[in-house]
Design a binder for this molecule. Sequence first.
Ligand code: NAD
Ligand code: SER
Length: 315
Amino acid sequence: MKKILIIGANGQIGSELIAALRIKYGQQNVVGMDLREPAEEQKKAGPWELGDATKRESIEGIVKKHQIDTVFHLAALLSATGEKDPDLCWRLNMDSLRHVLELAKEHKLSVFWPSSIAAFGPTTPRVKTPQYTTLEPTTMYGVTKVAGELLCQYYHHRWNVDVRSVRYPGLISWKTPPGGGTTDYAVAIFYDALQKGSYECFVGPDTVLPMMYMPDAIRGTIELMEAPAEKIKVRTAYNLAAISFSAKELAAVVAKKVKGFSCTYKPDQRQKIADSWPQSIDDSVARKDWSWKHEYGLEKMADDMLLNLRNKFGK
Ligand code: NAD
Ligand code: SER
């Protein structure tokens, strides 16, 4: 990785990945691209391009201008937003991936593209979900992840494109708010605990989902892309796991650390999506192939979230 492009660099993951990659590979060597203008300090931090990932020429122009050799393709519509506009979800998630893979074939680019626990569905074993299992998602977002995984594997086998992927669990972070997923409650609870003293959770108290703290996700992503090619045996997407907890366990941990905090539950349409996903993930293949391991448990993650959000809000 010498010249890197991050597509969707303004998002929850992109805004942190770009900072981490710029520290490692040099400010001028990591280009951000997004449909939306970034914050002023992001713009000053290194090269930045406005662009639309659904337009091949938009990506190709940037790849050529900056002599890009590696693309992290993060632009997508997530599960909850995707159900509001399934047509846009399919177009954005699939057209953009297809463009990136075609450009990778032509310009010999390496590619990171994330899949998700949303690739699984109600017919998948929900506990310790194995690497190789049934993939019958019920959301359009999940459909694009399964199709995307197969497309990545196809481009690797057919055209030798070095494309790598993980199935991220729900990601918890404090720098940039999440972009419309089902797991967003695990972030919103921290914001509301500090700003309002209470939180109304949109999934029920016994909902258990796999989650991960953003520093683990960023480190894991970079480690996957830096691993020697012969170690990468899975060219669909690796299962990746860290912590699993119920909404009420998370609320109890927050209540222990934020005086007077209370949580109520009012499940909405996202409950059905959450119920179709696994509760925990078996990521032993990633641990074996490229030595993945997580560092943050529930308590350590909550302490770090609250410390950083308190600083952010001056509380
Ligand atoms: P996000 O919604 O926070 O960010 C997506 C970014 O893409 C936004 O900044 C948006 O402006 C940009 N974008 C949208 N349309 C675009 C277009 N046409 N051209 C260029 N940019 C465009 O999403 P995220 O949470 O950072 O997720 C990034 C990737 O990781 C997605 O593929 C998502 O499916 C995957 N993922 C995320 C999570 C999670 O919990 N955040 C979990 C599993 C997988
Ligand atoms: N966090 C994502 C979502 O809830 C999972 O891919 O959509």
